[in-house]
Design a protein around this ligand. Structure first.
Ligand code: UD1
Ligand code: PEP
Length: 474
């Protein structure tokens, strides 16, 4: 297992290019299952999740190859396989997106309940409700969704849940409905750009989906989908993460290949915090372009709420929290999509952040500087948040379990290093721990003498000059 050592305090500057969106690439790959012929996808990021999805599709009879120029080619070579095994599907959420296309194309599917980031309750009841409405018979048995359908028929489906719409659920039902007989309407469909990207791909293949990007989709079923070439949209979550990295280091960064219209809410929030953001083509936010992010004034505390699109994405909540943890003043960060997605809070607290949880919110009392510590990544965006915190912190931060990060960010450390960050990937072995966080007796903690120094150092404003008695350990 690898870990990162981040030496904080470097100001990020220069230019960086955003990769293709993970959360588009994965359902797009699944959608290729529903197509005749060869699908070719460009701007597919090189990620562990993409490798896992390729393996899921390989186990379902698809030939998936990445060529030297980075294009991903997907083609069905055997239609008989319909079982997506636990061992692969448990690794990530988007693998559940094979359910809809398998049902539509092969009339049967057996797909393990999916894994993914541990960010709270992640049921798939709405996926199943939508597919059942299209005529599928569905059972859940020993951790697998087992579904069959003689044929799928269009239906009127309400896909809203307690926390709004479902992103992968909308993809699943939308893909299945493109090959159903007759008309399907989906109310409370997710409006996220990744859903629109999948819908645009399906339409290019011959599907007839109207209303993409709105909560109301109308889908006229067609007989077949003919595979095409498609370019994945830029990753708005990576773009937002890099913008926040620039903001946290007082940087001056040019981001290339950004769709500003996909991250309006994040850019507005950063502007409210005091970050300067300029677009190459301000009148055409829907165009891929460069965006400049820089800090020229002290930043201000703000409140922010993660919501379904077009709100601030829940996938950026942790990174914003890192930023606000070191902006003096009170900020409240609320997550309305995953109300328990706060695993990063306790790790940020290890770095000196002052955070109090209250149901779906975290109340931050921003400090002027975080301090390096040994922290543990718990999920993908929490890992990113800890890396950002490390960039801004004083001293060295060790982030363990960064395999989460490798699931969803293409070359993050290379990109940060190119911007001037001091980030090192090393094996998670005791001998690789930096001196400042060196292991003692096999545990990650400061040395005894460092703790003694901290207790007796000159920074205390006390009358008592009493010194602690060194224990036997000392
Ligand atoms: C691979 C992928 O694209 N992952 C993204 C996708 O996850 P994913 O598609 O799993 O997230 P959903 O949009 O489905 O979840 C949103 C909310 O709906 C609830 N819910 C969802 C489905 C369901 O059947 N029943 C139900 O109640 C969830 O518990 C959650 O509270 O959207 C999330 C919300 O933007 C992002 O954080 C993930 O990065
Ligand atoms: C939560 C995420 O991914 P997944 O849905 O694959 O767990 C994410 O991308 O932040």
């Amino acid at each position: 297992m690898d870990m990162f050592i981040v030496r904080g305090g470097e100001r990020l500057s220069g230019s960086v290019t955003v990769s293709g969106a993970k959360n588009s690439a994965l359902p797009l790959m699944a959608a290729a299952l529903a197509c005749e012929g060869e699908t070719t996808l460009s701007s597919i990021p090189n990620l562990v999740d993409v490798t896992t999805q390729s393996r899921v599709l390989g186990s379902l009879g698809m030939d998936v190859q990445r060529d030297e120029s980075g294009l991903l080619h997907l083609k069905t070579v055997d239609e008989s396989a319909c079982i997506a095994d636990y061992d692969l599907v448990r690794r990530m959420r988007a693998s559940v997106c094979v359910l809809g296309p398998l049902l539509a194309k092969r009339r049967m599917a057996c797909v393990s309940l999916p894994g993914g980031c541990n960010i709270g309750d992640r049921p798939i009841d709405l996926h199943l409700k939508g597919l059942a409405a299209l005529g599928a018979q569905i059972r859940v048995d020993r951790g697998y969704v087992i579904a069959r359908a003689d044929r799928l028929r269009g239906a009127n489906i309400f896909l809203g849940g307690a926390f709004g719409s479902t992103v992968t659920g909308t993809c699943n039902v939308m893909i299945a409905a493109t090959l159903a007989e007759g008309t399907t309407t989906i109310e409370s469909a997710a409006c996220e750009p990744e859903v629109v990207d999948v819908g645009n791909f399906l339409n290019a293949c011959g599907a007839r989906i109207e209303g993409l990007g709105t909560p109301f989709l109308k889908i006229e079923g067609v007989e077949r989908l003919q595979a095409v070439e498609h370019e994945v949209i830029p990753d708005r979550i990576e773009a937002a993460t890099l913008m926040i990295a620039a903001a946290m280091t007082g940087g001056d960064v040019q981001l290339n290949e950004v769709r500003p219209d996909h991250i309006t809410a994040v850019m507005e929030k950063l502007r409210e915090i005091g970050v300067t953001i300029q677009l190459e083509y301000p009148q055409q936010p829907e165009r891929r372009q460069s965006v400049w992010v820089k800090v020229t004034q002290p930043l201000k505390s703000v409140d922010c709420i993660a919501l379904p699109y077009p709100g601030i994405p829940t996938d950026v909540q942790a990174q914003l929290m890192s930023l606000l943890a070191c902006v003096p003043g009170i900020s409240i960060v609320t997550d309305k999509v995953f109300p328990d997605r706060f695993m990063h809070a306790s790790e940020l607290a290890r770095m000196g952040a002052k955070i109090r949880r209250e149901s779906a919110s975290a109340i931050l009392n921003g400090v002027s500087r975080l301090s390096g510590a040994c922290v543990m990544a718990s999920d993908l965006r929490a890992s990113a948040a800890l890396v950002l915190a490390g960039l801004a912190a004083e001293g060295e931060t060790v982030i363990r379990r960064i395999y989460h990060l490798d699931r969803g960010y293409e070359c993050l450390e290379e990109k940060l290093i190119a911007l001037g960050a001091n980030v090192q990937r090393v094996k998670d072995e005791p001998e690789n721990m930096p001196e400042s966080l060196k292991l003692t007796d096999g545990e990650e903690r400061p040395t005894y003498s460092e703790l003694l120094d901290a207790l007796t150092g000159p920074h205390w404003n006390l009358n008592s000059s009493e010194k602690p008695t060194p224990s036997a350990e000392g």
